[in-house]
Design a protein around this ligand. Structure first.
Ligand SMILES: [Zn+2]
Length: 302
C-alpha cells in the first residue's frame, strides 16, 4: 500500500511546478491563508469573550463580596453601638475579616450604622486592571437598646434590654415629637410615652397614699440632642446617644428617697412598682452591672 501512494505523491510533486509556472500565489494557498486568519479571529473572539465573561464574573463576585462585607460590618457596628462599643472600629474589623476595606462609616440616625466597603476586582491574566467594587449597607437595632442611662457592660446580659412594649409610634429613639408624648400629671414638664405616663400616674397615686407626697422625678424622656449632651458630659460612662430607654420615653429617674438603696421609698418601689408596670432593671439593682437605684423603666420586661 505504501508504494502506490508514494508514487502518486511523487507524480503530483513533479506536475506542480509546471502547473503553477508564471502565476502568482495559487488559489488554494490563498484560501488556506484566509481560513487561518478566520480561525485566528474566532479564537481571538472566543478568548476576548472568555476574558470579558471572567472579568464580569470577577466584578460581580467583588461586588457581592463588598456587599456582604458591608452588610456584616453594618450589623456588627449596630450591635457595637447598642453595646456601647466603638461602632466603626467594630464594623471595620468585620469588613476586614470579610476581605474588604471600609471606605466610610457613619451613624446617620440614632442607633443606625451605615458602612461603605470596597473590594478589589481581580481580573485574570494580562488584562487585569486594578479596579474596585463598592457597596453600602445600613443596619440599626431600633427595637432593642440598652436599658438605662449608661452603655457600659454587655447588653446581652442586661435583662429587659431587648423587650419593648409596642408604642413608640414608629419614631426612633430620642426623636419622639412632643405631641406624641404625655406630660406626667404629678410632675410638670416631665414627659413620657403616653402609656408610660398613665402608668406612672397610677404608680404615683399608690406612692402618694403611702408617703403623702408625689414621686420626685429628676429625669424622664430624653431627646436625642439631650442624650448627645449627656454623652458629651459623661463620656464613656454615658449610653451612646440613641440607646437610652429615656429616649424611648420609657424610663424615669426618681428622687425623694428612691435614689438610695435600702430607703423606705426604694423598698416600697421594689415591692410595688411592678404592679403598675414599672420595673427596676436587673443591671440597675445592687450587684447589677451598673447600680442605679433611681432608674426605673416601663414596658421593658422584668
Ligand atoms: Zn435613668
Amino acid at each position: 500500500m505504501n508504494r502506490p501512494d508514494a508514487r502518486r505523491g511523487a507524480d503530483a510533486a513533479a506536475n506542480a511546478p509546471g502547473r503553477g509556472a508564471g502565476r502568482p500565489a495559487s488559489g488554494p494557498d490563498q484560501e488556506r491563508g484566509a481560513g487561518a486568519v478566520m480561525v485566528l479571529g474566532i479564537i481571538g473572539a472566543v478568548l476576548l469573550l472568555t476574558l470579558g465573561l471572567a472579568a464580569l464574573a470577577a466584578a460581580q463576585h467583588a461586588r457581592g463580596a463588598a456587599q456582604a462585607a458591608a452588610d456584616l460590618g453594618a450589623l456588627a457596628g449596630a450591635a457595637a453601638l447598642r453595646d456601647g462599643y466603638d461602632e466603626c472600629a467594630r464594623a471595620s474589623a468585620v469588613v476586614g475579616r470579610n476581605g474588604a476595606e471600609t471606605t466610610s462609616c457613619t451613624v446617620p440616625a440614632a442607633g443606625v450604622v451605615r458602612v461603605e466597603a470596597r473590594t478589589a476586582v481581580g481580573l485574570p491574566g494580562a488584562f487585569s486592571s486594578p479596579g474596585a467594587a463598592h457597596a453600602a449597607a445600613r443596619a440599626g437595632l431600633r427595637a432593642t437598646g440598652l436599658a438605662g442611662d449608661q452603655g457600659l457592660g454587655a447588653a446581652g446580659v442586661v435583662p429587659g434590654s431587648g423587650v419593648r412594649a409596642a408604642g413608640a409610634g414608629g419614631h426612633t429613639n430620642g426623636q419622639i415629637p412632643p405631641d406624641a408624648l404625655c406630660e406626667l400629671s404629678f410632675a410638670a414638664g416631665q414627659r413620657l410615652r403616653c402609656d408610660a405616663a398613665a402608668a406612672a400616674g397610677r404608680l404615683n397615686g399608690a406612692f402618694r397614699a403611702e408617703f403623702g407626697r408625689d414621686l420626685s422625678v429628676t429625669d424622664s424622656y430624653r431627646s436625642y440632642a439631650q442624650q448627645v449632651a449627656v454623652k458629651a458630659s459623661k463620656g464613656a460612662l454615658a449610653a451612646p446617644p440613641g440607646m437610652s430607654n429615656h429616649g424611648w420615653g420609657q424610663a424615669l429617674d426618681l428622687g425623694g428617697g428612691i435614689e438610695s438603696f435600702g430607703s423606705a421609698e426604694h423598698l416600697w418601689m421594689a415591692a410595688n412598682a411592678a404592679r403598675y408596670g414599672w420595673i427596676h432593671p436587673a443591671w440597675a439593682r445592687p450587684g447589677g452591672s451598673k447600680p442605679e437605684p433611681w432608674h426605673w423603666e416601663y414596658g421593658t420586661g422584668a
